[in-house]
Design a protein around this ligand. Structure first.
Ligand SMILES: [Zn+2]
Ligand SMILES: [Zn+2]
Length: 56
């Protein structure tokens, strides 16, 4: 039997840099990274969703 593998849309590895801001599209909360982390990958989540980085 052929095994179907569905590739999930994976985002690039997120690494938090100092000063990065992340926003939750669901509730609008914004967090700022004070200390960089070395997680690989790392995601901050809120409301069950991964927060997205705010770009200027
Ligand atoms: Zn939220
Ligand atoms: Zn992390």
């Amino acid at each position: 039997m052929a095994k179907k593998t569905k590739a999930k849309a994976t985002k690039k590895n997120i690494k938090h840099k100092k000063g990065s801001k992340y926003i939750c599209d669901a509730c609008g909360v914004v967090v700022t990274v004070d200390e960089p982390c070395a997680c690989d990958p790392c995601g901050i989540s809120c409301c069950g969703e991964t927060m997205r980085e705010v770009c200027c």
